[in-house]
Design a protein around this ligand. Structure first.
Ligand SMILES: [Zn+2]
Length: 460
């Protein structure tokens, strides 16, 4: 039966029961013990979750105050000590941490009392191409590893089962050790996103058919491209237990196409390199559960917490990384918190209704309304004919530059249509000019940006 959903093979059970525990012991990693704890923790009473977060938040703040120059000076400058923070409402007294703070003060953010050999350096490419360097301590890394596995298991996948990953630059190929580890323990099949041509995608399809992974994992857009390729090639017979989309905003049209081609629900996940998994959909697919075991997540606009249903900048406090504390870190994304509803899956962690994308992708109207970049893909770009590619750059509050790559059928009428849509979406006071270009460059990360705001620092 070719189209049946694969079950884990016999070897996956061997990995689960023998290889993974032995490997963890050899690495002296507690991640499997953490996983056991985390599996139970997700069903605790909500009050217990909140109390646990509060206790850990206070401990982290006190630790940061006593062991880093950065947080001590920051809090002193505001006339605040950790003892003054007595309830969740007081959190706004603690200043927000920005990417710029990390670039400028990294050395002073590292805790003095954590030995250097327990800290691991990390680096992100950064949303604007400027990289960000930071450290994570080893206990935090192992905790995060366990969290990721718990959420992978929400899809029906289990430890030891193969995963088909559409991802950039697989690291395991760089060493023999990595290769052995992947073959025996992690069992990833990779499609490198830097080589997503038809030949590679066909090869990936064939490997999936042969090796039968139970989970597909990848960037939202790469999963979509792979699904489209399969549909066009009439190869729609891959069946898996789950599909995890991450690292990019997942558009509705992408989700629909992926679900149609694989006949399987997509689990959308949100995280960032700095703190790892922030929130993840469960099997109910009504919003994202916040990873309350690792983080405190706030949603804020101009320094004030937003109400459920309103969009706000996402601030995260990483409760696990004592090596270099991230407290009220402004990730650069916007989300909408949910009301206090409980989810049918049994997990008690709070929900985020939706992820609205990056702050840097917002357009703000002269009247002060925020329009998210994602909504514009579907309500602006896709309504225009005769255009191959389009990019909106907000230069000033009342002025946009539209970079346009002309396609077949482009005419004067297209320009008029642009003018009409601008007035419709951003109001009559918004001015614009059109700049014709040959192509629109991707960013270093391979992501393509539809909106670029030059007002980013003033938003949210
Ligand atoms: Zn749920």
């Amino acid at each position: 039966m070719q189209n049946e959903i694969p079950r884990g093979d016999f070897y996956s059970m061997v990995v689960r029961r023998v290889i993974a525990p032995l490997w963890a012991r050899r690495e002296r990693s507690p991640y499997l013990r953490y996983l056991e704890r985390l599996e139970k923790a997700q069903y605790r009473h909500r009050d217990e979750v909140k109390e646990d977060q509060w206790r850990r938040f206070k401990r982290l703040l006190t630790h940061a105050y006593h062991n880093t120059n950065f947080y001590r000076e920051r809090l002193k400058a505001c006339g605040v000590t950790p003892e003054d923070i007595r309830s969740w409402e007081d959190l706004t007294w603690v200043p927000v941490l920005t990417k710029n703070d990390i670039r400028t003060h990294k050395e002073n953010m590292v805790a003095r009392n954590i030995p250097g050999n327990r800290l691991f350096p990390k680096k992100t490419s950064g949303s604007t191409g400027v990289s960000l360097e930071f450290c994570v301590d080893d206990a935090s890394l192992q905790w995060k590893r366990a969290c990721a596995i718990r959420h992978d298991r929400w899809t029906g996948w289990n430890i030891g089962e193969r995963i088909g990953a559409i991802w950039g630059n697989p690291v395991y190929r760089k060493s023999l050790r990595g290769y052995i580890r992947n073959t025996l323990l992690e069992r990833f099949l990779y499609l490198d996103t830097l080589k997503m041509n038809e030949k590679e995608m066909l090869g990936f399809y064939r490997r999936i058919k042969k090796k039968r992974p139970t989970l597909l994992f990848g960037h939202a857009h790469s999963l979509y491209l792979f699904a489209r390729f399969l549909a066009a090639s009439r190869l729609m017979d891959i069946r898996v237990k789950g599909i995890i989309s991450t690292a990019m905003v997942l558009h509705d049209f992408e989700r629909k196409e992926i679900e149609r081609v694989f006949d399987c629900k997509v689990t959308n996940r949100y995280g960032c390199e700095e703190v790892s998994l922030i929130a993840c959909e469960c099997r109910e697919h009504h919003g994202f559960h916040i990873n309350a075991d690792s983080l405190v997540v706030e949603f804020s606009r101009e320094g004030i917490p937003v109400q459920p249903g309103e969009s706000g900048a996402i601030l995260v406090t990483d409760l696990t990384n004592s090596g270099m504390p991230f407290i009220r870190y402004k990730v650069g994304d916007v989300g909408i918190p949910s009301s206090d509803r409980l989810c049918g899956c049994g997990c008690t962690y709070p929900l985020m209704d939706s992820l609205e994308g990056r702050i840097a992708d917002y357009v703000v109207t002269p009247d002060g309304d925020y329009v998210s970049g994602i909504s514009l893909t579907e309500n602006f770009a896709m309504l225009l004919g005769g255009i191959k590619q389009l990019q909106i750059v907000q230069e000033r509050i009342d002025y946009l530059v539209l970079r346009v790559v002309r396609g077949e059928g482009f005419s004067e009428g297209t320009l008029k249509e642009i003018g009409r849509l601008i007035a419709l979406r951003f109001g009559g006071k918004m001015k614009h000019s059109v700049e014709f270009v040959d192509s629109i460059q991707q960013e270093q990360s391979g992501k393509y940006r539809f909106c670029i705001s030059k007002l980013e620092g003033q938003l949210f």
